[in-house]
Ligand binder design. Structure first.
Ligand SMILES: Nc1ncnc2c1ncn2[C@@H]1O[C@H](COP(=O)(O)OP(=O)(O)O)[C@@H](O)[C@H]1O
Ligand SMILES: N[C@@H](CC(=O)OP(=O)(O)O)C(=O)O
Length: 567
């Protein structure tokens, strides 16, 4: 049975000396040629683990059982073109000014043999400024909207960038007018809903991509701007933190490859944005969501590589803002990168690894300020034989709950009841440790709850109130999760060293958990001790000589620990 197959395009492979014709099909479990009834002489399914399957054939008359028959035949007759090869995502810092945009254009053109899809974030700190402008509009009165500093800043930045790039101001003028109208609407309503917030921040990406595409066209590189919400990025209606829905993949592939086939031009797509399935309103994918836009496009189109260009030399051994001696990590697995992002490393969006992993498409994290640095390559697997710790991630200001059963329920009933309370209240739990009669867990303020909400004591009181019906509850705030990402096959070795470091620093670990993912050990400590712990752990694992480690026996031969508290 071959249902839900969608035709994505026809292309010729640019990488082989004897180019073949590829039919790009997108569908559920397209594993074998038996699912296709092809009237061609030779057939080979490539890239079978990807949802986009490349079907190599000599003749392009193809009949997919039942679905999309007509469409496929008409494409089959289309002229074949070189396929889009990779996606390059540039974050806010990479496109913060006209000068940076010119450098990015040069960078793209330094790979003349590639046909990239470009994903851009808003310029510099535009998203933060838009949110601030929205908050100010709530209380400033309709007639005072034009005095909001952030609005003036955004206008000035985008007009100046248009002028400096030598492109028409008209590329952004209408959006800037509309933005001012929106702020007046917010001022009138005296309210900024999550839905309006998403509409408000969408102006950032809509304008950066228009300016950049206009600039590429001006310098003779044919480019086409796309708003993600118009090309099939279909999401849940969870404003400010929406999830990409499955229907996105075929829709995006069809639109981008269809346009590319009929009239090739480099696609320049807005990162971070989508369209709610039911509301049909603009949604956003959570802060830093352009990474997810890039990996979604990579999977949709079955591209060779996904590149995310940042302002650091790749994923680092820890947050450079906490410890300046952080170093680039050359290789990561999808699992390691996902865990690292989930536990708070700002460098990657928490959900961004999912499409890359599903499509088995390598992700390269590169520095747009230093393109020659090798960056970090994220793949399905890597050599772990000499791997111990890969990166240390710190998540601060976490709330922890110690819940001890009052023994009114048996063990099964107790755990089930605790989690059903969190489910009912829509609260996400991060790290968990259990014993027969007690459970300790941390709550993530950034996911299902907005940061504002968790700070509202009444919400927390409500959780505690519900839990107190079955347990004695101790609420502990201002805790930090230190996540040790690495080779948990060697967890005893890691922990031996970790506890030595913590003991030397007089730090008491309040909870410890090793996830089923086998790449992460989490430690909970007090907020005020956390940064010093990270620095000391970094010194030990990444700056001191680990030659005393016997990899064969998996033991330490010495204990030369040098702690560093400085930056
Ligand atoms: N482990 C880490 N590795 C690299 N960067 C990190 C890490 N943890 C935090 N960061 C921060 O993440 C920033 C890059 O992420 P982000 O600001 O989202 O980039 P962009 O806006 O360019 O997409 C870096 O400038 C750095 O300060
Ligand atoms: N502009 C959005 C989306 C994004 O991905 O940005 P960046 O790539 O600069 O982190 C944000 O600031 O959250």
């Amino acid at each position: 049975m071959a249902t839900a197959l969608h035709f994505c395009g026809v292309s010729k492979t640019p990488y082989s000396s004897s180019p073949k014709t590829y039919l790009l099909l997108h569908g559920q479990n397209l594993w074998s040629s038996q699912q296709l009834n092809l009237s061609c002489r030779s057939l080979k399914i490539c890239c079978s683990e990807s949802r986009v399957s490349r079907v190599v054939c000599e003749a392009v008359k193809i009949d997919v059982l039942e679905s999309n028959k007509t469409e496929i035949q008409s494409f089959g007759e289309a002229e074949t073109k070189s396929q889009l090869s990779w996606v390059m995502k540039f974050g806010g810092s990479s496109v913060s000014s006209a000068e940076r945009m010119r450098e990015v254009a040069e960078l793209i053109l330094s790979f003349p043999e590639e046909r990239p899809v470009i994903v851009l974030s808003a310029m510099g700190k535009t998203t933060n400024k838009l949110l601030l402008a929205g908050e100010k509009a709530v209380g400033c009165g309709v007639t005072n909207v034009d005095t909001i500093d952030e609005l003036s800043f955004i206008k000035e930045l985008h007009f100046r960038t248009a002028d400096e790039l030598g492109v028409d101001r008209a590329n952004v003028a209408k959006h800037l007018e509309e933005l001012e109208q929106l702020l007046k609407g917010i001022a009138m309503m005296k309210e900024l809903t999550l839905r309006t917030k998403d509409y408000l921040v969408s102006f950032g990406e809509c304008m950066s991509t228009r300016l950049f595409a206009a600039y590429l066209n001006k310098i003779g590189v044919k480019a086409r701007q796309y708003d993600a919400f118009d090309i099939g990025f279909i999401t849940t209606d969870d404003f400010t933190n929406a999830d990409i829905l499955e229907a996105t993949y075929p829709a995006v592939a069809k639109r981008l490859l269809g346009d590319w086939t009929s009239d090739p031009a480099i696609p320049v797509v807005t990162g971070y944005l989508g369209k709610g399935l039911r509301s049909c309103a603009i949604t956003t994918l959570g802060r830093g969501g352009s990474d997810l836009t890039a990996t979604t496009i990579g999977k949709s189109l079955g591209l060779r590589e996904i590149q995310v260009w940042k302002d650091v030399d790749g994923v680092l051994t820890c947050d450079p803002n906490i410890y300046a001696r952080a170093e680039p990590v050359p290789y990561l697995t999808f699992d390691e990168a996902a865990e690292l992002a989930y536990f708070g490393a700002q460098v990657l969006h928490p959900q961004s690894m999912r499409p890359a992993r599903e499509g088995d498409i390598p992700v390269r994290v590169k520095n747009s300020y230093n393109p020659n640095a090798p960056g970090t390559l994220i793949k399905r697997e890597r050599d772990m034989s000499k791997a111990l710790l890969t990166s240390i991630v710190l998540k601060q200001n976490v709330t922890m709950l110690d819940i001890v059963s009052t023994r009114m329920l048996g063990q099964y009933g107790f755990l089930a009841k605790v989690f059903s309370i969190f489910e009912d209240l829509g609260i996400s739990v991060d790290v968990v440790a259990t014993s027969e009669v007690s459970i300790s867990l941390t709550l993530d303020p950034s996911k299902l709850w907005s940061r504002e909400l968790i700070q509202q004591a009444s919400e927390l009181d409500h959780v505690v109130e519900e839990l107190e019906k079955i347990a004695v509850v101790n609420l502990l705030q201002r805790r930090s999760i230190i996540s040790l990402i690495g080779n948990v096959q060697r967890s005893s070795l890691i922990l031996e060293k970790v506890f030595h470091v913590l003991r030397t620093n007089g730090v008491n670990v309040q909870m410890i958990s090793q996830g089923a993912s086998k790449v992460n050990i989490s430690l909970i400590v007090n907020d005020d001790e956390a940064e010093q712990c990270v620095r000391a752990l970094h010194s030990t694992f990444f700056e001191s000589d680990l030659s005393e480690l016997d990899w064969e026996s998996g033991s330490w031969n010495g204990s030369a620990l040098t702690l560093s508290n400085g930056h």
